[in-house]
Design a protein. Structure first.
Length: 130
């Protein structure tokens, strides 16, 4: 169970690609779940870069001689409170990308970019169950 990604959220990819072939999902390096059950707390280290899609940027000449690398794994975490009426969940991910300028000229385009994201979700029933 990855906090932000995984076959539970995208079952069609798991069926088609298999567990080892998730090209669009980060791959876990390790997971720690100190709280398990309906209420859970999960931390994971994930291999970054497996879901990169440069899109419209790939043909821009300004980045033609720039190589991206990921010196550290991404750190993700999830807390899910589960109860009789559903769940509330908060998840986050942080990571770092290094951009290396491989063209030896008067411009130094080396850069370090911190990446992060937050996801809040819930599935709660407001009806009283009988």
């Amino acid at each position: 169970m990855e906090p932000l990604h995984g076959h539970r959220r995208f079952p069609q990819f798991h069926r088609v690609l298999g567990a080892e072939r998730h090209g669009i999902l980060p791959q876990r390096a390790s997971t720690w779940m100190p709280i398990q059950g309906d209420t859970r707390l999960t931390f994971a280290l994930e291999r970054p870069g497996s879901s990169q899609d440069p899109g419209r940027l790939e043909d821009r000449i300004e980045i033609a001689n720039i190589l991206a690398r990921f010196p550290f794994p991404d750190l993700s975490g999830e807390f899910r409170w589960g109860g009789k009426r559903g769940y509330l969940e908060a998840a986050a991910i942080v990571g770092n990308t290094r951009l290396d300028d491989v063209l030896k000229d008067q411009f130094n385009l080396d850069k370090s970019v911190n990446r992060w994201g937050v996801n809040l979700t819930s599935n709660l029933s407001l009806e009283q169950k009988t």
